[in-house]
Design a protein around this ligand. Structure first.
Ligand SMILES: [Zn+2]
Length: 422
């Protein structure tokens, strides 16, 4: 079976690695007139957008331009439009940790991700539904994507048992015995009221043997059918997830089974689960090309800034990752000249901003010396300011990538940006 010339590797996730060998020549395709300027001011809250009550009209995707395989587009949901390529900050427990929704919006976030597993355990999806849905509950009146809970069940929950029926597991919070079936994953996300919901899938680790990968793929297809059949939310779009690890044959099989189900969008799951970054980079162009060109393509759980650019070059539109906020909480900042560790003593007397030229509140108002002090004193403002900067950095990277794609100079943009990081 073709495996891109790689064999399963032990978990080595964040090694420095990037080459653009899979970057293809730029070709500007049709531009249309629907490109809108970015809007950072929060739009008026609109929790009950009157969209037609058919699922197929729950979301639109317009492709504005392509540059090689890279795409610039726009996804219109019940709670607003998202310009792609886009990074989605992760709001695990109905909060992007350490930041108010206003701060998240202020750095240009257009859509955030909520975690089904965490929210159904606490405070409960029915409670959130009864209090007006997730948008209202957390005061984020803009688009939200929710995952299916599967990834957390497989990575966090205890004593899990997975059958074709679903997953049985114990809560990592209180040991309660719970069940997550495809139907339940749909019900929970419908209660949360997200704009984009994900089907339940089984996501094996990168070094899983072929028979495990194949069985996960079979089950993912079966579960996608059941999720599709059970879904009734009028303004929520449901995305399918292509699995298959680093095996192109399995990826193609998975895509071929899911595409006839005509989901409004397609994701690549099973990346950033222990393979080397360069293995993922090598696999992405072929995997992205398996997905429908007319629908959004979402690479789940990835990654570092250089991973995002390589994936955009491969034709991916959407990303989520805890990296900018988790790193920010741990005093690690992303900049144009590479990562900066604010705990390092060399910053103790440095009056310079974290990153000159960055217009975020952290870089405009505070010195490296002050940030170093905040982390040294374990003040909560340190994680807040660095999370803010890192999200600003990721979101600006995607905006600039989009601008470059629209102008037909994405390759030059990526080369310049990558030189700074190396
Ligand atoms: Zn900044």
């Amino acid at each position: 079976m073709p495996t891109f010339g790689f064999h399963p590797y032990p978990a080595v996730v964040f090694q420095a690695a990037n080459d653009l060998a899979y970057f293809h020549a730029t070709t500007v395709a049709s531009l249309d007139s629907q490109v809108k300027p970015h809007e950072y001011a929060p739009a008026d809250a609109d929790y009950n957008h009157p969209l037609p009550r058919t699922w197929s009209q729950s979301m639109n995707f317009n492709l504005h331009a392509t540059d090689g395989a890279a795409r610039a587009g726009a996804i219109t949901t019940a709670h607003g439009t998202v310009e792609t390529p886009i990074f989605m900050p992760v709001g695990t427990q109905a909060t992007v940790k350490g930041l108010t929704p206003e701060m998240v919006r202020g750095v240009g976030a257009q859509i955030i991700l909520g975690n089904t597993y965490h929210l159904t355990l606490r405070p409960g999806d029915e409670l959130i539904r009864d209090l007006g849905g997730l948008h209202h509950f957390m005061n984020w009146p803009h688009p939200i994507l929710t995952d299916s809970g599967g990834f957390q069940v497989f990575s966090l929950a205890e004593k899990r048992k997975i059958t074709d029926h679903g997953a049985e597991f114990r809560s990592h919070l209180d040991g309660r015995l719970l069940e997550l079936t495809p139907e339940k994953a749909v019900d929970i996300q419908q209660n949360l009221g997200s704009d984009i919901a994900m089907v339940l899938d089984e996501c094996p680790p990168a070094d899983a043997p072929p028979d495990v990968l194949r069985n996960a793929l079979r089950r993912t297809t079966l579960w996608a059918e059941r999720c599709r059949a059970h879904h009734t939310h009028p303004t929520q779009a449901q995305f399918a997830i292509v699995q298959g690890g680093l095996n192109l044959e399995l990826r193609a099989e998975s895509a071929a089974a899911l595409i006839p189900m005509d989901f409004p969008g397609y994701a690549l799951g099973g990346f950033s689960v222990g393979e080397k970054p360069e293995e993922m980079h090598a696999a992405l162009p072929a995997c992205a090309a398996l997905l429908p060109a007319t629908k959004p393509r979402y690479l789940m759980g990835v990654g570092r800034p250089q991973d995002l650019l390589i994936a955009v070059a491969a034709g991916i539109d959407m990303f989520d990752c805890v990296m900018p906020t988790r790193s920010g909480r741990n005093a690690l900042a992303f900049t144009d000249t590479g990562p900066v560790k604010l705990r390092n003593a060399k910053h103790k007397r440095d009056p310079a901003p974290l990153m000159s030229g960055c217009d975020c509140d952290c870089c405009r108002n505070y010195s490296r010396a002050y940030l170093h002090h905040l982390f040294n004193a374990e003040e909560m403002l340190g994680p807040t300011l660095l999370s803010l900067h890192n999200l600003a950095y990721y979101l600006r990277l995607m905006r600039e990538a989009r601008t470059a794609i629209l102008a037909g100079r994405f390759r030059e943009f990526t080369e310049t940006q990558t030189r700074g990081w190396s």
